[in-house]
Design a protein around this ligand. Structure first.
Ligand SMILES: Cc1cc2nc3c(=O)[nH]c(=O)nc-3n(C[C@H](O)[C@H](O)[C@H](O)COP(=O)(O)OP(=O)(O)OC[C@H]3O[C@@H](n4cnc5c(N)ncnc54)[C@H](O)[C@@H]3O)c2cc1C
Ligand code: FES
Length: 814
């Protein structure tokens, strides 16, 4: 394995890689925190493609990258130049219209842009431009263009013989990498509880976000028997460690080689994979990892079940047994595998003539999102006594129960019958019975999800009927309007234009200038807080957070945390040297009182008012050790009644004091009563809270100066001055003894004005007390849990308007 990071492909001194150069020149970065990710996604695509990718491939490839501030249009535009184009369109002789006029390929209108007489002049001026233009990927030192020094895969790594590995980690963790099936089975017999790892996309989430701890881990991705991908008589054999991206490539080849009636299942799996996560995940995640995780919303498991796939399981004694996919999933994240067994491979059977397989997935977004409901369905039609009837059918839904749900009653109804409109109503009724979603089902949106189960079935009905009609074997009439439901969704390539006026009056304002830091951002030379070199002796911080919504803190026990590796200190409200308050600046310097209402503490001292409220901060030698120690702080609470929604707060008359405001103009009641409104409607709109979702999480590096009498910090904040004030207040120092610097931030969107200060204040308490530098960088989940959002709103409205849409009166209560 050879890992290349964005720093490796180009920088400002050596010259930019063309991918970096394009993104910078095309205004594809603003604060630039996402930029190296985009560069590397594009670079990886170019390096791994034999031929220039298509625009669609480029866009698909970026599906796992998020950008919050630039917007995707300039990024996609920037990378569009690397796409394969149909050169003949431009180079072949121009098409002509009926009048014999040449048609311009770019505008589609008559033009003279390639008029013979103009060509020389145009091209010579163009050439002179090209000659003087030196792209920034051109290196001034050695005069080479970048592509003359593209890095190659290191030969020494290519020659290196891969070895089995055994690594010992901290806290007794062991990591094995067997290279043979027999080694793997031997390890599994020694460590039946060992966690098998392939792409780590599931296990990584468990260990990082759910505090799962596995003492023995076995990486099985190099075991050849688990990497099998081959066509057999029965179907395709897919090893459990096969990456989803390899499977995609293989299925494309199989579909191209085999008759379409044999590959209906392959096509369904391939289409489902298109909307499975994004390229980055598909490049590492495996077939076996997805199956064995047995997630109720797995996108593939309902399809394996519907296709009649078989799973081969091997035990530590080399015995192989086969089970059908339908019998494999036993419960929530529970599968039919004993401690001494592993999943060996999957056999995906070929489909028969007139056997149709369809996949479905509905999510909030198409790309990189989890399904609300998904499904796999298979219908086999055969001829019996002169009519074409359903001889075999499989309907499996994901996302509606703890395990993928087979709709047995509807299946029985269909078998032996013609698939026609006459059956639909009954089938819909049975589907409703068979796939009930409780009102409080996890995931919510119950009505919508229930209706999805029916519409998926309707879609396969349309599809099969259409196929049979096309072959002249059925005459079921299909509404033209329904036909679009037959096609699988394909998203056209994103196109956007931006119009702006060029102001050319000797000023850069109004000009589309490339931002000065763009080249720093595309090369990742731009430093954010987390990139700042830490001073010697720096400690890393993790927060101790409330697990209760509303409760009194009874006790805080740090005895176990103190023994945790690398632990250096726990700081609570009692340790704050100055005021423990956070609130509007005008209230600062009043010891231990909160602003407006008394809820602005740095560390909760007595009562917590939300899950995720900060109770303390732990510092340790590493970020991981700090997190582990913080998890070991044991807090006892006495629960208090909690109000969890705006509706509940209104019911309980629980309002913030002095917050009533009223704006009134005219007399709305009079207008409602006056009969001038043709219609009056009333209703409610509930808008949930919104996360600010800056790309760079909250982070601060704090260090003491002058033996701890002064505090300096680099913070990711939109308001360094506010940081200075609050930290001074919390430490009881004069403003002149606190310095806050902000070089750049990776996004704020308002979430780093007042919200960022609490983390700087918490870290500064630890830094001040210990006289050591402290760095705090929040994990994304902690960030989202601890920072306030833009509030939710409940609006109750009564609005009167005329028939031609003129609003006459509005009574709105928010
Ligand atoms: C950003 C993101 C997006 C995602 N999107 C989707 C999505 O769109 N659809 C979807 O369905 N899932 C999605 N997932 C879930 C996950 O990626 C898949 O479940 C993936 O296929 C897991 O494969 P892996 O190789 O990474 O598994 P790993 O994390 O390596 O392993 C997962 C589990 O499988 C077990 N296991 C692996 N191989 C075997 C074997 N041979 N025998 C027995 N047990 C085994 C492991 O012990 C472990 O418990 C997403 C995950 C992430 C992080
Ligand atoms: S540049 Fe992409 S999130 Fe800011």
């Amino acid at each position: 394995m050879h890992i290349m990071t964005v720093e490796g492909i180009g920088d400002r001194r050596r010259g930019l890689h063309p991918v970096q150069e394009r993104l910078a020149e095309a205004h594809g970065s603003q604060f630039g925190f996402c930029t190296p990710g985009f560069v590397m996604s594009m670079y990886a695509l170019l390096r791994s493609s034999k031929y220039p990718p298509t625009k669609e491939q480029i866009e698909d490839n970026l599906a796992g990258n998020l950008c919050r501030c630039t917007g995707y249009r300039p990024i996609i535009d920037a990378f569009g130049v690397f796409a394969k184009t149909d050169d003949s369109f431009y180079t072949a002789s121009l098409s002509e219209n009926v009048n014999g006029q040449a048609i311009c390929p770019s505008t589609g209108k008559p033009c003279s842009c390639r008029n013979e007489t103009d060509v020389d002049a145009n091209e010579s001026s163009l050439l002179s431009l090209v000659k003087t233009y030196l792209p920034s990927s051109y290196n001034e030192t050695d005069g080479n263009a970048y592509n003359e020094k593209e890095l190659i895969f290191p030969p020494e790594l290519q020659l290196r013989k891969i070895m089995p590995l055994k690594l010992n980690g901290l806290n007794g963790i062991r990591w094995y990498r067997p290279l043979k099936l027999e080694q793997l089975l031997q390890l599994k017999s020694c460590y039946p509880d060992a966690k098998l790892i392939i792409g780590n996309s599931e296990v990584g989430v468990e260990t990082k976000f759910k505090n799962a701890q596995y003492k023995v881990m076995i990486s099985i991705m190099h075991v050849p028997e688990l990497q099998t991908l081959k066509m057999e008589e029965e179907g395709i054999r897919i090893g459990s460690a096969v990456k989803l991206a390899w499977l995609q490539m293989f299925l494309k080849k199989v579909i191209a080689e085999r008759g379409s009636h044999q590959t209906s299942s392959c096509q369904a799996i391939l289409r489902q994979l298109k909307w499975f996560a994004g390229t980055q995940i598909r490049n590492v995640a495996s077939v076996g990892g997805n199956i064995c995780t047995a997630s109720p919303i797995s996108d593939l498991n309902p399809v394996w079940m519907a296709t009649g796939a078989k799973f081969q399981i091997i035990d530590v004694n080399n015995n192989v047994r086969t089970t059908i996919a339908k019998d494999f999933f036993l419960g929530y994240h529970k599968v039919d595998l004993k401690d001494d067994e592993i999943l060996l491979s999957v056999i995906l059977p070929w489909t028969r003539p007139f056997e149709y397989v369809k996949e479905f997935k509905q999510a909030h977004r198409r790309q990189d999102d989890i399904a609300l409901v998904n499904a796999g369905m298979r219908v086999h039609i055969t001829e019996a006594e002169g009519s074409w009837i359903v001889s075999d059918v499989s309907i499996v839904y994901g996302g509606v129960a703890a395990v993928p749900l087979t709709d047995g009653k509807t299946e029985s109804l269909l078998v032996g019958n013609k698939m026609d409109y006459g059956l639909l109503d009954e089938a819909f009724n049975l589907l409703k019975e068979d796939t009930p979603l409780a009102e409080n089902a996890p995931g919510g949106m119950v009505e919508f999800r229930s209706s999805l189960t029916l519409s998926f079935f309707f879609k396969i009905f349309l599809y099969v009927t259409h196929e049979m009609n096309t072959k002249g074997l059925s005459k079921e009439g299909l509404y033209v309007a329904s036909m679009s439901a037959i096609q699988s969704y394909t998203r056209p390539f994103t196109i956007g234009t931006q119009g702006y006026e060029l102001v050319q009056q000797g000023t850069v304002v109004g000009q589309p200038m490339v931002p000065l830091s763009a080249t720093l951002q595309v090369t990742a030379e731009a430093e954010y807080v987390d990139d700042t070199p830490t001073p010697p002796n720096t400690l890393h911080a993790a927060l101790v957070l409330s697990k209760e919504a509303h409760a009194r803190i009874l006790s805080i026990d740090d005895s176990v945390a103190k023994c945790s590796p690398g632990f250096a200190g726990l700081f609570l409200s009692k340790d704050v040297p100055g005021a423990n308050s956070i609130g509007p600046i005008r209230f600062l310097h009043k010891k231990n009182i909160g602003p407006i209402i008394h809820d602005g503490e740095v560390f909760a001292s007595d009562v917590v008012t939300c899950v995720g409220q900060i109770i303390g901060i732990v510092v340790a030698d590493t970020h991981d050790n700090a997190k582990a120690a913080a998890n070991k702080v044991n807090i006892k609470y006495s629960k208090l009644p909690a109000i969890l929604s705006i509706e509940e707060a209104i019911k309980a008359s629980s309002f913030h004091p002095h917050t009533t405001r009223c704006l009134s103009k005219g007399d709305v009641e009079l207008c409602f009563a006056s009969n001038t409104c043709d219609k009056v409607i009333e209703g409610e709109v509930l808008v949930g809270g919104q996360e600010h979702f800056y790309m760079e999480p909250q982070c601060t590096l704090v260090w003491p100066v002058d033996s701890g009498n002064e505090i300096h910090m680099i913070s990711s904040t939109q308001a360094p001055h506010t940081h200075q004030m609050y930290v001074a207040n919390v430490l009881g120092l004069p403003l002149s003894k606190v310095v806050c610097k902000t070089k750049r931030i990776g996004g704020g969107f308002g979430g780093k004005e007042t919200r960022s200060v609490i983390f700087a204040a918490a870290a500064s308490v630890a830094a001040y007390c210990l006289r050591r530098p402290v760095k705090i960088v929040l994990d994304r989940d902690v960030d989202m849990m601890t920072t306030g959002q833009r509030h939710g709103f409940l609006g109750k409205y009564k609005v009167g308007f005329t028939n031609d849409g003129k609003i006459l009166a509005l009574d709105l209560e928010i």
